[in-house]
Design a protein. Structure first.
Length: 356
Protein backbone atom coordinates (compact mmCIF):
# COMPACT_ATOMS: atom_id res chain seq x y z
CA UNK A 1 0.00 0.00 0.00
CA UNK A 2 1.28 3.43 -0.86
CA UNK A 3 2.12 5.80 1.97
CA UNK A 4 2.89 9.46 1.69
CA UNK A 5 6.15 10.75 3.21
CA UNK A 6 5.54 12.53 6.50
CA UNK A 7 7.90 15.37 5.53
CA UNK A 8 9.66 16.26 2.29
CA UNK A 9 13.19 15.06 1.78
CA UNK A 10 16.04 17.62 2.14
CA UNK A 11 17.15 19.38 -1.02
CA UNK A 12 20.65 17.86 -0.84
CA UNK A 13 19.31 14.32 -1.40
CA UNK A 14 20.07 13.19 -5.01
CA UNK A 15 17.11 12.60 -7.28
CA UNK A 16 17.88 8.90 -7.73
CA UNK A 17 17.95 8.46 -3.93
CA UNK A 18 14.55 10.18 -3.71
CA UNK A 19 13.17 7.72 -6.29
CA UNK A 20 14.66 4.81 -4.34
CA UNK A 21 13.11 5.92 -1.05
CA UNK A 22 9.75 6.67 -2.67
CA UNK A 23 9.77 3.17 -4.18
CA UNK A 24 11.01 1.19 -1.17
CA UNK A 25 9.52 3.19 1.71
CA UNK A 26 6.41 4.84 0.23
CA UNK A 27 5.55 1.88 -2.04
CA UNK A 28 5.21 3.93 -5.24
CA UNK A 29 5.60 1.93 -8.46
CA UNK A 30 8.40 2.44 -10.95
CA UNK A 31 5.96 3.59 -13.64
CA UNK A 32 4.32 6.08 -11.32
CA UNK A 33 7.70 7.56 -10.39
CA UNK A 34 8.64 7.72 -14.09
CA UNK A 35 5.42 9.59 -14.96
CA UNK A 36 6.05 12.09 -12.15
CA UNK A 37 9.69 12.60 -13.19
CA UNK A 38 8.84 12.77 -16.90
CA UNK A 39 11.24 10.01 -17.94
CA UNK A 40 11.12 6.37 -19.05
CA UNK A 41 10.43 3.67 -16.49
CA UNK A 42 13.74 1.93 -17.30
CA UNK A 43 15.60 5.08 -16.22
CA UNK A 44 14.00 5.03 -12.78
CA UNK A 45 14.58 1.27 -12.53
CA UNK A 46 18.31 1.72 -13.19
CA UNK A 47 18.45 4.45 -10.55
CA UNK A 48 16.75 2.27 -7.96
CA UNK A 49 19.05 -0.68 -8.71
CA UNK A 50 22.14 1.51 -8.50
CA UNK A 51 21.17 2.86 -5.08
CA UNK A 52 20.39 -0.66 -3.87
CA UNK A 53 23.86 -1.78 -4.98
CA UNK A 54 25.49 1.14 -3.17
CA UNK A 55 23.93 0.13 0.16
CA UNK A 56 26.97 -2.07 0.74
CA UNK A 57 28.69 1.21 1.61
CA UNK A 58 28.12 1.81 5.36
CA UNK A 59 27.82 5.57 4.97
CA UNK A 60 25.32 5.32 2.11
CA UNK A 61 23.32 2.71 4.00
CA UNK A 62 23.33 4.84 7.15
CA UNK A 63 22.15 7.93 5.27
CA UNK A 64 19.27 6.03 3.64
CA UNK A 65 18.23 4.44 6.94
CA UNK A 66 18.13 7.80 8.70
CA UNK A 67 16.22 9.44 5.86
CA UNK A 68 13.70 6.60 5.85
CA UNK A 69 13.26 6.86 9.62
CA UNK A 70 12.87 10.63 9.62
CA UNK A 71 10.62 11.05 6.57
CA UNK A 72 8.68 7.82 6.01
CA UNK A 73 6.38 5.56 7.98
CA UNK A 74 6.44 7.39 11.31
CA UNK A 75 4.13 9.79 13.02
CA UNK A 76 4.53 13.54 12.78
CA UNK A 77 5.56 13.84 16.41
CA UNK A 78 8.36 11.35 15.89
CA UNK A 79 9.66 13.31 12.92
CA UNK A 80 9.97 16.43 15.02
CA UNK A 81 12.18 14.55 17.45
CA UNK A 82 14.34 13.09 14.67
CA UNK A 83 16.98 15.77 14.17
CA UNK A 84 19.84 13.79 12.67
CA UNK A 85 19.89 15.88 9.49
CA UNK A 86 18.20 18.93 10.99
CA UNK A 87 21.32 21.08 10.65
CA UNK A 88 22.29 19.68 7.23
CA UNK A 89 20.49 22.01 4.84
CA UNK A 90 21.84 22.52 1.35
CA UNK A 91 22.27 26.10 0.28
CA UNK A 92 23.00 27.45 3.75
CA UNK A 93 26.36 29.02 4.48
CA UNK A 94 27.28 26.55 7.22
CA UNK A 95 26.52 23.53 5.05
CA UNK A 96 28.51 24.88 2.10
CA UNK A 97 31.47 25.81 4.30
CA UNK A 98 31.57 22.35 5.89
CA UNK A 99 31.43 20.65 2.49
CA UNK A 100 34.20 22.89 1.12
CA UNK A 101 36.36 22.33 4.20
CA UNK A 102 36.07 18.53 4.03
CA UNK A 103 36.52 18.23 0.26
CA UNK A 104 39.53 20.54 0.27
CA UNK A 105 41.19 18.40 2.92
CA UNK A 106 40.53 15.29 0.83
CA UNK A 107 42.10 16.94 -2.24
CA UNK A 108 45.56 16.69 -0.67
CA UNK A 109 47.79 13.90 -1.87
CA UNK A 110 47.28 10.72 0.15
CA UNK A 111 44.31 12.11 2.13
CA UNK A 112 41.58 9.66 3.13
CA UNK A 113 38.47 9.88 5.28
CA UNK A 114 38.53 7.01 7.79
CA UNK A 115 35.25 5.81 9.30
CA UNK A 116 35.11 3.10 11.97
CA UNK A 117 32.04 0.94 12.46
CA UNK A 118 29.78 2.28 15.21
CA UNK A 119 31.66 5.57 15.63
CA UNK A 120 29.85 8.92 15.46
CA UNK A 121 32.88 10.76 14.12
CA UNK A 122 35.15 10.30 11.13
CA UNK A 123 38.68 11.61 10.64
CA UNK A 124 40.66 12.79 7.61
CA UNK A 125 44.26 11.57 7.71
CA UNK A 126 47.17 11.40 5.30
CA UNK A 127 48.70 8.16 4.04
CA UNK A 128 52.10 9.83 3.77
CA UNK A 129 54.24 11.28 6.54
CA UNK A 130 53.53 14.84 5.42
CA UNK A 131 51.47 16.67 8.05
CA UNK A 132 50.95 13.39 9.87
CA UNK A 133 50.07 15.22 13.07
CA UNK A 134 47.29 17.26 11.44
CA UNK A 135 43.91 15.54 11.46
CA UNK A 136 40.45 16.85 10.62
CA UNK A 137 37.45 15.57 12.57
CA UNK A 138 34.26 15.15 10.52
CA UNK A 139 30.77 14.52 11.82
CA UNK A 140 29.46 11.18 10.57
CA UNK A 141 26.25 12.71 9.23
CA UNK A 142 28.27 15.04 7.00
CA UNK A 143 30.29 12.06 5.79
CA UNK A 144 27.03 10.27 4.98
CA UNK A 145 25.89 13.25 2.92
CA UNK A 146 29.15 13.16 0.96
CA UNK A 147 28.87 9.44 0.34
CA UNK A 148 25.22 9.59 -0.72
CA UNK A 149 25.99 12.36 -3.20
CA UNK A 150 28.86 10.22 -4.58
CA UNK A 151 31.49 12.83 -3.70
CA UNK A 152 33.53 10.24 -1.78
CA UNK A 153 33.82 6.50 -2.38
CA UNK A 154 35.22 3.47 -0.58
CA UNK A 155 36.74 0.61 -2.54
CA UNK A 156 36.77 -1.93 0.30
CA UNK A 157 34.19 -1.29 3.08
CA UNK A 158 34.81 -2.97 6.42
CA UNK A 159 35.15 -2.30 10.12
CA UNK A 160 37.46 0.56 9.18
CA UNK A 161 36.50 2.05 5.82
CA UNK A 162 38.68 4.51 3.93
CA UNK A 163 37.09 6.97 1.54
CA UNK A 164 38.74 8.97 -1.25
CA UNK A 165 37.37 11.98 -3.08
CA UNK A 166 35.81 11.22 -6.47
CA UNK A 167 35.87 13.14 -9.73
CA UNK A 168 32.35 14.39 -9.09
CA UNK A 169 33.50 15.53 -5.64
CA UNK A 170 36.31 17.59 -7.14
CA UNK A 171 33.88 19.11 -9.64
CA UNK A 172 31.41 19.94 -6.88
CA UNK A 173 34.21 21.55 -4.85
CA UNK A 174 35.14 23.81 -7.76
CA UNK A 175 31.49 24.79 -8.24
CA UNK A 176 30.94 25.60 -4.56
CA UNK A 177 34.17 27.58 -4.28
CA UNK A 178 33.25 29.60 -7.38
CA UNK A 179 29.78 30.28 -5.97
CA UNK A 180 31.23 31.36 -2.62
CA UNK A 181 33.70 33.62 -4.39
CA UNK A 182 30.97 35.26 -6.48
CA UNK A 183 28.82 35.75 -3.37
CA UNK A 184 31.71 37.38 -1.53
CA UNK A 185 32.29 39.73 -4.45
CA UNK A 186 28.62 40.74 -4.50
CA UNK A 187 28.50 41.35 -0.76
CA UNK A 188 31.74 43.31 -0.66
CA UNK A 189 31.22 45.17 -3.93
CA UNK A 190 33.97 43.17 -5.64
CA UNK A 191 36.66 45.18 -3.79
CA UNK A 192 35.97 48.01 -6.23
CA UNK A 193 36.74 50.57 -3.53
CA UNK A 194 40.36 49.37 -3.51
CA UNK A 195 40.83 50.21 -7.19
CA UNK A 196 39.94 53.90 -6.91
CA UNK A 197 43.31 55.10 -5.62
CA UNK A 198 45.28 53.60 -8.50
CA UNK A 199 42.78 54.87 -11.07
CA UNK A 200 43.49 58.47 -10.08
CA UNK A 201 40.22 59.10 -8.24
CA UNK A 202 39.92 60.43 -4.69
CA UNK A 203 38.80 58.00 -1.99
CA UNK A 204 36.05 59.78 -0.04
CA UNK A 205 35.00 59.26 3.57
CA UNK A 206 32.34 56.67 4.35
CA UNK A 207 28.91 58.01 5.25
CA UNK A 208 26.37 56.50 7.60
CA UNK A 209 24.15 55.38 4.73
CA UNK A 210 26.89 53.30 3.14
CA UNK A 211 27.96 49.88 4.30
CA UNK A 212 31.21 49.71 6.31
CA UNK A 213 34.40 48.54 4.64
CA UNK A 214 34.75 44.78 4.78
CA UNK A 215 37.90 42.81 5.49
CA UNK A 216 39.76 42.35 2.22
CA UNK A 217 41.42 39.05 3.14
CA UNK A 218 41.96 36.72 6.08
CA UNK A 219 38.71 34.77 6.19
CA UNK A 220 39.34 33.12 2.81
CA UNK A 221 42.52 32.05 1.11
CA UNK A 222 43.99 34.14 -1.66
CA UNK A 223 44.17 32.78 -5.24
CA UNK A 224 47.94 32.34 -4.77
CA UNK A 225 47.37 29.99 -1.82
CA UNK A 226 45.03 27.90 -3.94
CA UNK A 227 47.47 27.68 -6.85
CA UNK A 228 50.35 26.89 -4.52
CA UNK A 229 48.68 23.55 -3.68
CA UNK A 230 48.55 22.48 -7.33
CA UNK A 231 51.30 20.39 -8.94
CA UNK A 232 52.47 20.17 -12.53
CA UNK A 233 53.15 17.02 -14.52
CA UNK A 234 56.55 16.54 -12.86
CA UNK A 235 55.01 16.64 -9.39
CA UNK A 236 56.51 20.04 -8.58
CA UNK A 237 54.36 22.84 -7.09
CA UNK A 238 52.70 24.98 -9.74
CA UNK A 239 53.80 28.09 -7.83
CA UNK A 240 57.04 27.94 -5.88
CA UNK A 241 57.44 29.70 -2.54
CA UNK A 242 59.44 32.58 -4.04
CA UNK A 243 56.72 33.27 -6.62
CA UNK A 244 54.05 33.31 -3.91
CA UNK A 245 56.30 35.62 -1.89
CA UNK A 246 56.58 38.02 -4.83
CA UNK A 247 52.79 38.18 -5.10
CA UNK A 248 52.44 38.73 -1.38
CA UNK A 249 55.04 41.49 -1.53
CA UNK A 250 53.02 43.30 -4.20
CA UNK A 251 49.88 42.93 -2.10
CA UNK A 252 51.63 44.29 1.00
CA UNK A 253 52.75 47.39 -0.88
CA UNK A 254 49.22 47.79 -2.21
CA UNK A 255 47.71 47.46 1.27
CA UNK A 256 50.26 49.85 2.80
CA UNK A 257 49.27 52.43 0.21
CA UNK A 258 45.59 52.02 1.15
CA UNK A 259 46.32 52.29 4.88
CA UNK A 260 48.42 55.40 4.32
CA UNK A 261 45.61 57.08 2.40
CA UNK A 262 43.15 56.36 5.20
CA UNK A 263 45.56 57.84 7.74
CA UNK A 264 46.02 60.92 5.59
CA UNK A 265 42.24 61.38 5.41
CA UNK A 266 42.05 61.19 9.21
CA UNK A 267 44.85 63.70 9.66
CA UNK A 268 43.20 66.23 7.37
CA UNK A 269 40.35 66.59 9.85
CA UNK A 270 42.65 68.23 12.42
CA UNK A 271 44.61 71.43 12.06
CA UNK A 272 48.28 71.75 12.90
CA UNK A 273 47.48 73.95 15.92
CA UNK A 274 45.09 71.39 17.39
CA UNK A 275 47.53 68.53 16.95
CA UNK A 276 50.45 70.57 18.30
CA UNK A 277 52.80 69.00 15.74
CA UNK A 278 53.30 69.40 12.06
CA UNK A 279 51.83 66.76 9.76
CA UNK A 280 54.45 64.66 8.11
CA UNK A 281 54.46 63.71 4.47
CA UNK A 282 52.17 61.05 3.12
CA UNK A 283 53.36 57.70 4.58
CA UNK A 284 51.87 55.77 1.66
CA UNK A 285 53.99 57.49 -1.01
CA UNK A 286 56.86 54.99 -0.86
CA UNK A 287 54.54 51.95 -0.86
CA UNK A 288 52.49 53.37 -3.71
CA UNK A 289 55.67 54.08 -5.66
CA UNK A 290 56.85 50.49 -5.23
CA UNK A 291 53.49 49.02 -6.24
CA UNK A 292 53.03 51.23 -9.30
CA UNK A 293 56.64 50.60 -10.32
CA UNK A 294 56.15 46.84 -10.14
CA UNK A 295 52.90 46.99 -12.13
CA UNK A 296 54.49 49.25 -14.74
CA UNK A 297 57.34 46.76 -15.10
CA UNK A 298 54.86 43.98 -15.86
CA UNK A 299 53.10 45.95 -18.57
CA UNK A 300 49.63 45.45 -20.02
CA UNK A 301 48.11 41.99 -19.62
CA UNK A 302 50.47 40.75 -16.94
CA UNK A 303 49.75 43.73 -14.70
CA UNK A 304 45.98 43.17 -15.12
CA UNK A 305 46.03 39.61 -13.82
CA UNK A 306 48.55 40.47 -11.08
CA UNK A 307 46.48 43.42 -9.87
CA UNK A 308 43.25 41.42 -9.83
CA UNK A 309 44.55 38.21 -8.23
CA UNK A 310 47.33 39.53 -5.96
CA UNK A 311 45.93 42.91 -4.88
CA UNK A 312 42.15 42.68 -5.30
CA UNK A 313 42.16 38.94 -4.40
CA UNK A 314 39.79 38.06 -7.24
CA UNK A 315 39.50 34.43 -8.24
CA UNK A 316 40.96 33.19 -11.50
CA UNK A 317 37.55 32.36 -12.96
CA UNK A 318 36.24 35.86 -12.28
CA UNK A 319 39.43 37.46 -13.63
CA UNK A 320 39.32 35.37 -16.82
CA UNK A 321 35.68 36.26 -17.35
CA UNK A 322 36.20 39.99 -16.85
CA UNK A 323 39.34 40.09 -19.01
CA UNK A 324 37.71 38.02 -21.76
CA UNK A 325 40.29 35.22 -21.58
CA UNK A 326 39.72 31.55 -22.24
CA UNK A 327 39.13 29.18 -19.34
CA UNK A 328 42.18 27.90 -17.40
CA UNK A 329 44.49 30.38 -19.14
CA UNK A 330 44.64 32.76 -16.20
CA UNK A 331 46.82 30.55 -14.01
CA UNK A 332 49.48 30.27 -16.72
CA UNK A 333 49.54 34.03 -17.32
CA UNK A 334 49.58 34.65 -13.57
CA UNK A 335 52.62 32.42 -13.13
CA UNK A 336 54.42 34.32 -15.91
CA UNK A 337 53.50 37.60 -14.22
CA UNK A 338 54.83 36.35 -10.88
CA UNK A 339 58.09 35.25 -12.51
CA UNK A 340 58.53 38.72 -14.00
CA UNK A 341 57.56 40.25 -10.67
CA UNK A 342 60.16 38.17 -8.83
CA UNK A 343 62.90 39.22 -11.25
CA UNK A 344 61.87 42.85 -10.74
CA UNK A 345 62.08 42.56 -6.96
CA UNK A 346 65.41 40.72 -7.18
CA UNK A 347 66.88 43.77 -8.85
CA UNK A 348 65.55 46.09 -6.15
CA UNK A 349 67.82 47.06 -3.28
CA UNK A 350 68.22 49.73 -0.66
CA UNK A 351 65.26 51.97 0.07
CA UNK A 352 62.96 50.11 -2.32
CA UNK A 353 62.89 47.05 -0.07
CA UNK A 354 59.84 46.41 2.06
CA UNK A 355 59.98 47.29 5.73
CA UNK A 356 60.32 44.11 7.83
Amino acid sequence: MQTQPVSPLPSWVPKEACHYLDHTEAGRSIRQLARTAGCHASTVLRQVRRIETRRDDPLVDGALQHLATCHYGVSEGTVRNCNLFEDVKAGEAGFEQDMIRILRCLCHSGAVLAVAEGMEKAVIVRDTNVDAARKTIVDRRLAEVLALRDWISCGNPGRLSRYHITASGRSALSTMMAAAENLAQVESGGFSEAQNVFSGQTLGMKTESKTPRRIRYGLAESPLDTLARLHDRDGKPFLSADLVGAGERLREDYELAQIGNHLALGQNQFSNEQCGTSIKSDPSAAAKKRATGALSHLGAGLSDIALRCCCHLEGLEAAERQLGWSARSGKVVLRIALQQLKSHYDRQSGSDDLIG
